[in-house]
Design a protein around this ligand. Structure first.
Ligand code: ADP
Length: 623
């Protein structure tokens, strides 16, 4: 018979399984039981809408058989089964479901992480077995098939006989060694314990023959062995259990297993909701954003169950986009089972559930902001951008919902602040919420425009993410305080006298300023004197809604139409450079100085300059 090779990636994973020093080899049982349960789920779900299946819920079961002499564990299910093609595809190639790209050797961390990351599934059998044989007959098919493998060398598939549909997996255990005891998996109590620990909530009975010692009838001290087929799991799904019965570990294990995350979640929430709509839900916030989170590939959604039966793997309608990071499941009796995807979107019950879940998520986040700040900051690092997009998107429709969940870096210190905290700390006389945009905290702190605001004792929010400023524009105000860029031309910081003095000075030097503005050839609206600069000679500010930072972001998008901020070049009248300019007024040097100053200001803003060669020449000329 022809031995087929595993797909390259599968081979690597398999190899890792076989040589695994993973301490939790026992999870192989959980993985195989989960697969069996999924296979039954598929057929059970079909039976609900298709009478030809001819099975009731009670007819489904998973069975474990132990054979000490043959050193085998056999796991049998009467689920949907696999065709030859499915055996080939599902067991010959790495779990395509995980969609995780297999990492190259040098990226491999410890076993534990990788195994967790993949969810590994079926291949985990090779952590304990030297040979694995899978017998399977797809529901409705006439022919059964046998798949067999002893590891990386490859596998065979051949025809076989089976009475009924389903799958039977036979593991021939490895020999015990000095460090590893595989024989323990042939002990009834050990298997009972494992099923209880990892698979208790599996909704179908996991059965095994268990021998009990019982008193022989008619005697008082004679015992006999009686063998009964016991159901090892309680079959109550975790989410149906009482919160008081469950530990953090229960919730975390369930999450990691179900959603194939190698890290425990950052937070979880178990909801039993009764009222206009009743449902149970388990909601989780992952510790880290999935690698594809900020891409189009990422699909939001919660698993949707109707009365314990999975009807949809990812129901996107249950989560608003800004909470798309939440994972988990919802189970409701109020949903019809044979509802189609299209109908579901218009389902009133589903809408009510979605609303209620959104509220729950929000209040959990609000709670974290207040009472669990360190955790919330970590959360925000991972998913805050999504919340900011939420504020910005749909024309600001959700800003009320989300504004108190935002964190921003600030001039106050290392720790980010909420808007409420910012407003609370505003000194008397401060009317607006000041912000400055830039690539990093350091770059922003060095902006000339921040000097005067900070000198006043006002705090500045540091917008380091491109979306920040757009979110602020969308909010416009927070608690009636307007958001104001420190680079806005109409910053209202000085006293009346100061303003008047500046105006006079401006008039006095108007000719020089016009001369400079002309030299800049339409790049700025005008050149003006400024009261906001302290140590710097020059800065750029913008008139109107569009700031330079926004211009940068917008123009980096692949659109035809480019935008341009209305710029004003502001000069520090107290700076020696300005004194020099006044001395040079009327000479051709003024134009050169104007260009240099403008380019300098651009560089300070982290913007590219139009003509680096000219800039360099001008500097050399001056030097
Ligand atoms: P995953 O369960 O993450 O998809 P596995 O490697 O555990 O990855 O299994 C691969 C696929 O093989 C499953 O998705 C399923 O289609 C199929 N499979 C595994 N076990 C069974 C089974 N007992 N009955 C039917 N199909 C199965």
């Amino acid at each position: 018979m022809e031995t087929k090779a595993f797909q390259a990636e599968s081979k690597k994973l398999l190899d890792m399984m076989i040589h695994s020093i993973y301490t939790h080899k026992e999870i192989f049982l959980r993985e195989l039981i989960s697969n069996a349960s999924d296979a039954i789920d598929k057929l059970y779900f079909r039976s609900l809408t298709d009478d030809s299946v001819g099975m009731n819920k009670e007819d489904f079961a998973i069975r474990i058989d132990l054979d000490k002499d043959a050193r085998t564990i056999t796991i049998t299910d009467n689920g949907i089964g696999m065709t030859a093609e499915e055996l080939e595809h599902n067991l010959g190639t790495i779990a395509s479901s995980g969609s995780q790209q297999f990492k190259t050797d040098n990226e491999l961390g410890d076993d534990q992480q990788i195994i967790g990351q993949f969810g590994v599934g079926f291949y985990s059998a090779f952590m304990v077995a030297k040979r694995v044989t899978v017998y399977s007959k797809a529901f409705g098919a006439a022919q059964a098939y046998k798949w067999q493998s002893e590891g990386v060398e490859g596998y065979t598939i051949e025809e076989t006989e089976m009475d009924t549909h389903g799958t039977k997996i036979v593991l021939e255990l490895m020999e015990d060694s000095d460090d590893e005891n595989y024989s323990e998996f042939l002990e009834t109590y050990r298997i009972q314990g494992l099923v209880k620990r990892y698979s208790d909530y599996i909704r179908f009975p996991v059965q095994m023959e268990v021998s009990h010692r019982k008193l022989k009838e008619g005697t008082e001290d004679e015992y006999e062995e009686e063998i009964t087929l016991d159901t090892l799991n309680s079959m109550v799904p975790l989410w149906r259990k009482n919160r008081t019965e469950l530990t953090e570990d229960d919730y975390n294990n369930f999450y990691q297993e179900k959603f194939m995350d190698y890290m425990p979640p950052m937070a979880y929430k178990h909801v039993h909701n009764e009222g206009s709509v009743s449902y149970d839900a388990l909601l989780y916030i992952p510790s880290k954003a999935p690698f594809d989170y900020y891409t189009r590939e990422y699909e939001k959604g919660l698993q949707l169950y109707s009365n314990g039966v999975l009807i949809m793997e990812k129901c996107g309608d249950l989560l608003p986009d800004y909470y798309s990071f939440v994972r988990g499941l919802v189970d409701s009796e109020d949903l019809s089972l044979n509802i189609s995807r299209e109908m579901l979107q218009h389902d009133r019950q589903l809408k009510l559930i979605a609303k209620s879940i959104e509220k729950t998520i929000r209040s959990e986040l609000v709670r974290m902001v207040k009472n669990d700040r360190d955790k919330y900051e970590k959360f925000f690092e991972a998913f805050g951008t999504q919340l900011k997009y939420g504020v910005y998107s749909d024309y600001g429709m959700h800003k009320e919902e989300l504004q108190d969940l935002l964190l921003f870096a600030s001039s106050r210190g290392e720790k980010p602040v909420t808007l409420a905290e910012y407003v609370e700390a505003m000194p008397e006389g401060q009317k607006e919420i000041y912000y400055a945009s830039g690539a990093t905290r350091e770059a922003i702190a060095a902006l000339p425009q921040t000097e005067a605001v900070l000198a006043k004792g006002y705090e500045i929010l540091y917008f380091t993410a491109p979306v920040d400023e757009f979110a602020a524009k969308q909010m416009m105000t927070y608690k009636d305080k307007e958001f104001k860029s420190v680079t806005a031309n109409d910053l209202d910081l000085g006293t009346e006298e100061e303003k008047k003095a500046l105006e006079e000075k401006q008039n006095e030097h108007q000719e020089l300023l016009t001369e400079m503005s002309a030299a800049l050839d339409g790049k700025v609206e005008r050149v003006a004197l400024s009261s906001r600069l302290k140590s710097h000679a020059v800065c750029l500010t913008s008139e109107g809604d569009l700031t330079l930072e926004m211009e940068k972001v917008l123009n980096s998008m692949p659109t035809e139409k480019k935008v341009q901020a209305k710029l004003v070049m502001e000069l520090n009248p107290e700076h020696p450079v300005f004194a020099r300019l006044t001395a040079l007024q009327g000479t051709d040097k003024v134009a050169k100085y104007a260009k240099l100053l403008f380019d300098q200001a651009l560089l300070l803003e982290g913007m590219p300059i139009d003509n680096p060669a000219e800039f360099s020449e001008l500097i050399c000329e001056l030097m």
